[in-house]
Design a protein around this ligand. Structure first.
Ligand code: BTN
Length: 333
């Protein structure tokens, strides 16, 4: 997506507009101490955000579809005592929350800094892929965490993070499972992904920027543009109302953050080994035949297990192998 400039007033207005009733331009102008043409100009920008606003002379403005944006007070309140562990910030539009937190880490941002974005214009996925999302249709955030241990001890961190996300989703009634190393899937369709980027060295203190992207209600155009089976929470949730907990980003984000803080504490105490039984219980491919796409070769293998350091243990031609980096996909033959 090209660089997107959206004035803060546009997001302020989007937070106030509703899909149920018209609000007049005069009312909005008076409330914000600006002219009616400033309101009109700000609302013209919403088209660039993929949002449709109806505008009628003498009646004002109304959203074509309900749109739910973040409410930081609600999110903090729902996090309960875990809220004190995080420095939570929201961005309206940003290139990538991971890129931003990597920059902030370099200038000393504290452990627990968390940035959620209404819209990413250059979201990044694993293996150099693009992470596609849309305003109000995705949950995208990153969390910066500092570890006293070196990179050598961070094996399994990405699996632990996947477990935290899946736990939160399951508590909200979504049948989320885990695909090694860290995809969140339902019926083998991708619901969310995790991108962890680290700074530091093998033995000294480390910084991890943990990026999480979840499909909440993806437009069909985005689903079609993704080159693998994909799903979203609106498809997987029994209750499809916009305000239902599993589709409400002001419920989802705090639920995931509470789980993440708990899992990261556990990971720091006992490593992935102390979480591996829970991970196995949600492993979508335990015992399945899969295609393995490694850096240098592709082959067929049977999934046996995950090891205490997060490697995938498979059987290939009768031999046991440990995979630390590869893409796997289920065989359907
Ligand atoms: C994957 O390829 O499965 C990982 C996707 C990770 C996407 C998230 S969205 C928030 C954070 N910011 C990014 O640019 N990427 C991650």
């Amino acid at each position: 997506m090209a660089e997107l400039h959206v004035r803060p007033l546009t997001f302020t207005l989007l937070r106030e507009l509703s899909a149920e009733r018209f609000i007049s331009g005069a009312e909005l102008a008076e409330k914000h101490g600006v002219s009616r043409s400033a309101i009109s100009d700000a609302l013209k920008e919403v088209n660039n955000l993929g949002v449709q606003v109806f505008s009628l002379t003498r009646r004002g403005y109304r959203l074509a579809e309900p749109l739910q944006l973040f409410d930081i007070d609600v999110i903090r309140q729902r996090m309960g005592s875990s809220a004190h562990r995080l420095d939570l910030r929201l961005a309206d539009v940003i290139d990538s929350t991971n890129t931003e937190l990597l920059n902030q880490a370099a200038s000393g941002a504290v452990s627990g800094t968390c940035l959620a974005a209404e819209l990413q214009t250059a979201g990044r996925g694993r293996r150099g892929r693009v992470w596609k999302s849309a305003l109000g249709a995705s949950l995208t955030f990153s969390l910066l965490w500092r570890f006293e241990i070196g990179a050598a001890s961070l094996g399994g961190l990405s699996l632990a993070v996947g477990l935290a996300v899946a736990n939160a989703l399951r508590a909200l009634g979504i049948d989320a499972e885990l695909k090694w190393p860290n995809d969140i899937v339902v019926d083998d369709k991708k619901l969310g992904g995790i991108l962890i980027e680290t700074q530091g060295d093998m033995l000294g203190p480390m910084i991890a920027v943990i990026g999480v992207g979840l499909n909440v209600r993806l437009p069909e155009s985005i689903k079609l543009a993704i080159d693998q089976p994909v799903t979203d929470l609106a498809t997987e949730s029994a209750d499809t109302a916009v305000a239902s907990p599993a589709l409400n980003r002001n419920v989802l984000l705090p639920a995931i953050l509470v789980q993440l803080v708990a899992v990261l504490d556990q990971f720091q105490r006992g490593g992935f080994g102390s979480l591996s039984d829970q991970w196995r219980a949600l492993h979508a491919h335990q015992g399945c035949w899969v295609d393995v796409n490694g850096a240098t070769e592709s082959f067929v293998a049977k999934v046996l297990d995950v090891s205490e350091d997060g490697a995938l243990v498979v059987e290939r031609d009768g031999a046991r192998l440990r995979l630390t980096a590869a893409e796997i996909s289920i065989r359907h033959s």
